[in-house]
Write a protein that binds this ligand. Structure first.
Ligand code: NAP
Length: 522
């Protein structure tokens, strides 16, 4: 099966043999993807001209209705998406839900969040500003949708959520999308776009997709476009420095690698509710989606006296995680997405081992359930301990994108913050403590170096949304090596897809325009 590309309003097959997509459990080929012969220049032009005009015609309320309809289409086909996620990503149901249901939830959230924007077509930022001697000549800051196309380049680990968490605020803003999913798991994204296209929900040109190599896609970027990338730091460098992106000053958002950390407070003792919540969350973060989450915990920081108790409790919990073929309902953790990722993670563990000691790698009784280790891309949950976190660099630099984390001891909050900051900017950090003063000091101490910080005590244990769970109402993105990007954050996300202008002129004209503009309130 060759995955079709939707460009210029048509479904077309790429030329040549294409790149194979595999089942990471069985090693069998599922589909092929090719963008050879796709005219990216024409495809982007079509999206800008046809899609842009069609979407800008609609009000925020009408675009919100589109998001709800997309969510309905996806909900109706949900079971088929779980099957694709199982086949192409080796996802147990809980992992598939994280991706697929997370996508649908985000679409519905944005449809609802748009309510206060009503029938407006533009956004206004602040009040009229008097510029002249009398009232007649004033200024208004008004934001209009970008005139170009949003090029969404996504990572392999969230083929559904990655597509729709970007698409929701983009479509709501009135900007057309050109989606480029990661090739190895493109099938799910492609099927979702196909289902939405077949439903006729979206106007022509609003959503295009190409599955396979990016080829010369970025050569056609203009200053009206936005390039929104999620993936590795290495590819991010290439995209950031691409001549067309640089030359034309295209808007750019990057979500990249992140060495996320978690801190256990010095007030916590083994057996406290905070201790149990901490162990449960770290084990979940290491094993959900086999650790293939940009937000997953990679560095576990605990007070030195608790190092042994934490490592024992974590190992006991990780040893209970059943790994294997997710078609067997007893399996909790599936494979990595491909053999290439398996190799990369094995190499990453070997690199970390230069700074840290592997203290658990599945344990002596580790057996894959219903799976052949010679064909499946499996890696057991792996825990390391680094005894000199301040002197080590690899544990803070090397993002091992699998079920792998490193435990390290700290002495005092300031040292814990210093260690966390060695990640050079991360998406998320968590704090587990029953001490309000420690929580407050850690929250503010971490704020500058993290995109999001989560604090957990026993009171919020049952209601908290989790370390790795990206909530659409909260900012997603981190400083420094995490890319410096900002996604989601409720209606804040709309700012990226709008161009703000200072309009100076007769007050009467500005007042007339302001009638069609909504104030962005969060
Ligand atoms: P990747 O290899 O960097 O690929 C990401 C995307 O970029 C894919 O669609 C890839 O296409 C495309 N790409 C590769 N080379 C390109 C080029 N020269 N021009 C344009 N596009 C190009 O990353 P990945 O392995 O898919 O994803 C894993 C990484 O993503 C991890 O490092 C993880 O931390 C990060 N991630 C970050 C977030 C976040 O929100 N911060 C979320 C998820 C993942 P092909 O697949 O066709 O090569």
């Amino acid at each position: 099966m060759m995955l079709l590309n939707n460009v210029c309003g048509e479904w077309i097959a790429g030329q040549g043999p294409g790149q194979p997509l595999f089942d990471p459990v069985l090693g069998t080929e599922l589909a092929r993807a090719s963008t050879q012969g796709v005219d990216y220049g024409a495809a982007l032009d079509y999206a800008r001209q046809v899609g842009g005009a069609n979407l800008r015609r609609l009000s925020f309320a009408e675009r919100a209705t589109l998001l709800n309809r997309i969510a309905e289409v996806l909900t109706a086909k949900r079971d088929s998406y779980y099957e694709i996620a199982l086949a192409n990503s080796g996802s147990p149901a809980a992992d598939a839900a994280f991706d697929i249901d997370g996508a649908i939830y985000t679409l519905k959230y944005y449809a609802k969040a748009a309510k206060p924007l009503g029938d407006a077509h533009y956004l206004k930022d602040g009040d009229f500003v008097r510029l002249g001697k009398d009232e007649s000549f004033q200024a208004l800051h008004l934001a209009a949708p970008l005139r170009g196309v949003a090029i969404h380049i996504n990572a392999f680990n969230f083929p559904a959520w990655g597509l729709w968490e970007k698409a929701a605020p983009t479509l709501l803003s009135g900007v057309p999308i050109f989606a480029k999913p990661a090739t190895s798991t493109a099938w799910l994204a492609q099927r979702m776009v196909e289902d939405v296209a077949n439903s006729g929900v979206l106007p022509a040109g609003a959503l295009s997709i190409a599955c396979g190599s990016a080829g010369d896609l970025l050569d056609h970027v203009t200053g009206d476009d936005a390039v929104v990338f999620t993936g590795s730091a290495a590819t991010a460098v290439h995209i950031r420095s691409h001549p067309a992106v640089v030359r034309n000053g295209a808007r750019l958002n990057i979500e990249a690698d992140s060495l996320n950390s978690v801190l256990l407070g010095p007030d916590v003792k083994a057996g406290d509710p905070e201790f149990d919540l901490f162990i449960k969350e770290v084990a979940r973060e290491m094993t959900l989606k086999a650790g293939q989450k940009c937000t997953a915990i990679r560095r576990i920081l605990v007070p030195a006296p608790l190092l042994t108790a934490v490592s024992e409790a974590l190992i006991a919990r990780l040893a209970k995680v059943s790994v294997g073929n997710p078609r067997n309902p007893s399996v909790k953790m599936g494979p990595l997405v491909s053999q290439a990722q398996q190799t990369a993670v094995q190499e990453g563990i070997a690199a970390l081992s230069r700074d840290a000691e592997v203290v658990f790698a599945g344990g002596p009784d580790f057996r894959l359930i219903d799976a052949d280790p010679s064909v499946g891309a499996f890696v057991p949950p792996t825990l390391l301990i680094c005894s000199k976190p301040l002197q080590s660099s690899l544990v803070h630099d090397e993002e091992v994108f699998g079920p792998v984390a490193t435990l390290m001891a700290y002495d005092g909050l300031e040292q814990a913050l210093d260690i966390a900051r060695l990640g050079k900017g991360s998406l998320v950090a968590s704090v587990f403590s029953g001490d309000d003063a420690f929580i407050e000091a850690a929250l503010i101490g971490l704020a500058g170096s993290q995109g999001r910080i989560l604090a957990i005590n026993r009171e919020v244990g049952p209601s908290n949304t989790g370390h790795g769970n990206v909530m659409p109402m909260c900012l997603h993105g981190g400083p420094g090596r995490a890319g410096g990007g900002e996604e989601l954050g409720g209606l804040r996300a709309l700012r990226f897809y709008h161009r703000l202008s200072a309009l100076q002129g007769p007050l009467k004209s500005l007042q007339a325009l302001a009638q069609n503009a909504a104030e962005l309130r969060y």
